[in-house]
Design a protein around this ligand. Structure first.
Ligand code: DMJ
Length: 507
């Protein structure tokens, strides 16, 4: 039987100041929400709170130092390979595309790490070769590699990144060649052969719906509409499929173009960024395509109606799942924690204030998924207690207790800080950063995923540093402590699902 352990809850919740200066519209709209303003846990762990009052500049410096520590490990033991295995001091290859280098380019640019950026650029120029007989995941390669190259081009204006991006986009295009135009899961970069995943027949809905920002950007840069057309056809097709109040099943068949109707409805793994890219495509295209906005709004209403509940005893608002599309499960992936940020972004662009209220409530929950464990790190999956007499809101099962250095919570903290200037979001981010420092930092370089966030003495290092730790987690933390929030403003850029920056049309 699966072992379960209730998370340790040792602390009380403290209500800080409500929304401060900043976005005036937001401040006015949020006046009535003092009851849902962020709450921060006061932990009984002096080390966990150290330097809470140091300056934002000092904190940014600490985050840059963390990036350089991660980079040092990657450079020493994994250079040119996809990921660092920091414990065994070796590497892991997934696609063989130097993922960590390409995914990190814009983070280095933003952090002002000019030497490291030019070293990485040199590798892209001399060594990055897409003409390899290798099957890659269509979605992951699009968001991490194509997105990384496009963002590096937009920031640096160096043409090498655009050349590489166009080469890669051309090699990914055969992924769309199914009977329905819905992309397959995998594509061979040399032969163009595309196919379903080795483990099943269907494509994943979040994967096929999370490539449009990138392919549209390639079309704009090349003045060739074929990339945008192929990718947007997917969104148009999904738009006309039947849904449950805007909610989608997690699997779709690339040949028939039909959902697997018995698959789970979730905002977590396999469906998450479908919702994110509805909103972000609407913004990227200058807010002119009404059905993208309407589908997004319908989906948020569907999430509120079918998936959102509150736990006992602390009334944490969380997003559960409908197993087989029907039966409610109070399970929430850490991946869902992108949602507060997306909801806040939507509110910034005119969505109803109920979206912002949900964002505040979910942000509090996501932060508590960290603050209420003994390591102050979130598990990959949390279950929420729906029994009125239960002692603890958050239940962590053994198989779900790992932490992969994921970005979603700090991503949302940045969106909420960027839009409200409420310092509490920075305090939350700083506590999370300190926990990464304490439990995932590896002495000779790099950070490692861990197997158990519940036990500070036995965290069970899993020996992998995924590229998104550098591309997203550390980038969003760095931006959270930036005293100039205008440079990378959400009015100028849309951030893709891997935190790569693409310009907004007419911004
Ligand atoms: C990243 O590759 C992207 O953020 C993706 O959208 C979801 N999974 C990882 C990070 O958790």
């Amino acid at each position: 039987m699966e072992e379960t352990k209730e998370a340790d809850v040792s602390s009380s919740r403290m209500i800080p100041n409500s929304t401060k200066e900043g976005n005036i519209k937001l401040a006015e709209e949020t006046k009535g929400y003092s009851n849902v303003s962020p709450k921060i846990i006061k932990v009984d762990d002096p080390e966990g709170l150290q330097e809470l009052h140091s300056s934002s500049q000092d904190k940014q410096n600490a985050i840059v130092a963390a990036f350089l520590h991660a980079w040092k490990g990657y450079k020493s033991y994994a250079w040119g390979h996809d990921h660092l295995k920091p414990i065994t001091k070796t590497f892991q290859n997934w696609f063989g595309l130097g993922l960590t280098i390409v995914d990190s380019l814009d983070t280095m640019y933003i952090m002002g790490l000019r030497e490291e950026f030019s070293e990485a650029k040199e590798w892209v120029k001399e060594k990055l070769n897409f003409n390899v007989n290798k099957d890659v995941n269509f979605f992951e390669t699009t968001i991490r590699v194509l997105g990384g190259l496009l963002s590096a081009f937009h920031l640096s204006k160096d043409s090498i990144f655009l050349e590489k991006a166009i080469d890669l986009a051309n090699r990914l295009m055969p992924g769309f060649r199914s009977s329905s135009g819905m992309p397959y899961s995998d594509v061979n970069l040399q032969t163009g052969h595309a196919h379903p995943p080795t483990w099943g027949q269907d494509s994943t809905v979040s994967e096929i719906s999370t490539v449009q920002l990138e392919f549209r950007d390639v079309s704009r840069l090349t003045s060739d509409p074929k990339y945008e057309n192929a990718a947007f056809k997917v969104s148009q097709h999904l738009h006309q499929l039947p849904k449950k109040d805007g909610l989608v099943p997690m699997f779709i068949n690339a040949e028939s173009g039909q959902f697997r109707s018995t698959s789970t409805i979730t905002v977590g793994a396999r469906a998450d960024s479908y919702y994110e890219y509805l909103l972000k495509q609407w913004i990227q295209t200058g807010r002119t395509i009404d059905w993208l906005k309407e589908d997004y709004m319908e989906a948020v209403d569907g999430i509120s109606k079918h998936l959102v509940k509150q736990s006992f005893p602390s009334k944490f608002t969380f997003v559960g799942e409908l197993l087989s599309g029907r039966s409610y499960s109070p399970k929430m992936d850490h991946l869902v924690c992108y949602l507060p940020g997306t909801l806040a972004l939507g509110f910034h662009y005119g969505m109803p204030s109920s979206h912002l209220r949900l964002a505040f409530e979910l942000m509090d929950t996501c932060y508590n998924m960290y603050a209420q464990t003994a390591t102050r790190l979130s598990p990959e999956i949390a279950y929420f207690n729906l029994q009125p007499h239960g002692a603890s809101d958050i239940i962590i099962k053994s198989n779900d207790a790992h932490n992969l250095l994921r970005p979603e919570t700090v991503e949302s903290l940045w969106y909420l800080y960027h839009l409200t200037h409420n310092e509490t979001y920075r305090d939350m981010g700083w506590q999370i950063f300190q926990a990464f420092e304490k439990y995932t930092k590896v002495q000779d370089g790099g950070y490692t995923s861990i197997g158990d966030v519940r036990n500070p003495l036995i965290t069970k290092p899993r020996d992998l540093m995924e590229s998104f730790f550098l591309a997203e987690t550390l980038k969003y933390l760095f931006l959270l402590f930036s005293d100039n929030q205008e440079i990378y403003s959400l009015d100028k850029y849309i951030f893709n699902s891997e935190a790569h920056l693409l310009p907004i049309l007419n911004s």
